[in-house]
Design a protein around this ligand. Structure first.
Ligand code: ASP
Length: 408
């Protein structure tokens, strides 16, 4: 996409978000009438995810040439994910200890939401088990991306050992990837309208501005804590971009279309096609674009990790339960795991929070306190998730042995 078109679309997306907030705020439920516009955009994005994951990961891993080099690429990538997720959780814990958003809160004991009740049995071993799918089609149907990515990596490794036959299959996936990215560019032109529909109808579903403001006020300090933490982490990532990846603000400018789409869709996975296209336009090496971004969209969730840590501590404070340093360390580790385990879909973080709550013995019903504003905070944390992936691609690009490879 040309620079001029990219800029025009960015401006239109900003207008779409602003108009969505304005219309949803004032016209409330009447804006449900435009929900279909958002659904259309979201469906089109989702349509792309599964073929794109296969094509991108297979051609990305194969373009390493020698699959033994995957160790280095994978090592830098996982290292980046772990370090930044750790920083995010630490920011969440510091903020919540400092602001104490739950202290002195009065509330009725909330009901246990059905989707959370269903998660009761999930533990760390289930997260490990979910890496390998017994049925790839079923995983694809449920947008469980990790087992698909693992399969694509293995397949790609096998293909690189097959000589000419393997090369032909890799060429096929290279072509698929190019074609899918073309589709993504076409779809981007619809993003402003789609995002308008998503934002306006979701605010409408919450009952419009007045009702939403009441929900916000009920847990106001929690919202402030999370948003401030996310803003700080956004800036930390910007510093990493500047000093580790050695890139300037223009990279943020180029990625904003993806970050705002994350805000509109509340789904890192649905945003993935746009994230990849923006990174490719920014000249990021194809090995980084096709490997770091798909994996990051489902594994690297800084915003979600920060949110889970802050929300669990908020619940403890609201119940008047003191959390020792040791317990907070448990929150640190489990919030990181819960963010890794969360799928890149709306409000997934709320469900995997159960892992953190049960690890420190807090009442699961506490999640009920957060329900009314979760959809709102989800949009901000998803934007940070996508921004974290984008910075990750730039960091990995810098450390590739020969970073001058072809983009995206
Ligand atoms: N909606 C988030 C994402 O897709 C996950 C979550 O925190 O709920 O990245």
């Amino acid at each position: 996409m040309s620079h001029r078109h990219a800029l025009a679309i960015l401006v239109l997306i900003v207008v779409g978000v602003a108009a969505g907030v304005f219309c949803g705020w004032y016209w409330g439920e009447r804006m449900l009438a435009v929900a279909w516009l958002g659904a259309l955009f979201l469906n089109a994005l989702k349509m792309m995810i599964i073929p794109l994951i296969f094509a991108a990961v297979i051609s990305g891993v194969a373009s390493l040439g020698d699959v033994r080099k995957l160790g280095r690429l994978g090592g830098i990538t996982i290292g980046y994910y772990v370090v930044t997720t750790g920083i995010a959780v630490s920011i969440g814990l510091v903020m919540v200890n400092w602001i104490q958003p739950g202290a002195g809160l009065q509330f009725d004991r909330a009901e246990l939401p059905a989707e959370v009740a269903a998660m009761k049995e999930v533990g760390v071993s289930d997260l490990l088990l979910s890496l390998v799918s017994p049925n790839l089609v079923a995983s694809a149907a449920e947008t469980q991306l990790v087992p698909l990515i693992l399969f694509a990596i293995l397949l790609s490794a096998a293909l690189t050992t097959l000589g000419r036959t393997g090369q032909q299959v890799i060429e096929f996936f290279n072509g698929m990837n190019e074609a899918l990215m073309k589709l993504v560019i076409w779809l981007m032109y619809f993003a402003p309208v789609g995002i308008f529909g998503l934002v306006a109808s979701r605010l409408g579903e919450a009952g419009g501005g007045a009702a939403f403001a009441r929900d916000l006020a009920a847990v106001g300090w929690h919202v402030v804590t999370v948003l401030a933490g996310l803003a700080i982490h956004f800036v930390v990532l910007l510093l990493l971009l500047r000093f580790v990846a050695r890139r300037g603000l223009d990279y943020l400018g180029g990625m904003l279309r993806a970050v705002l789409t994350a805000f509109g869709t509340a789904s890192s996975s649905a945003t993935l096609p746009l994230t990849m296209e923006c990174a490719r336009e920014a000249g990021i090496d194809r090995r980084a674009v096709r490997f770091v971004l798909p994996l990051g969209s489902t594994v690297n969730m800084d915003g979600t990790a920060l949110y889970e840590a802050a929300a669990v501590m908020f619940i403890a404070q609201a119940y008047g339960i003191d959390m020792s340093f040791g317990q907070q360390m448990v929150v640190f580790v489990t919030a990181t795991l819960a963010a890794i385990g969360a799928a890149g879909i709306p409000e997934a973080g709320l469900v995997t929070m159960v892992i953190v709550l049960s690890a420190v013995g807090l009442p699961l019903e506490g999640v009920g306190l957060l329900l009314s504003v979760d959809w709102f905070l989800d949009r901000f944390r998803t934007s940070v998730n996508v921004w974290g992936d984008a910075v990750g691609a730039a960091v990995v690009h810098r450390f590739l042995p020969d970073p001058s490879g072809p983009p995206g």
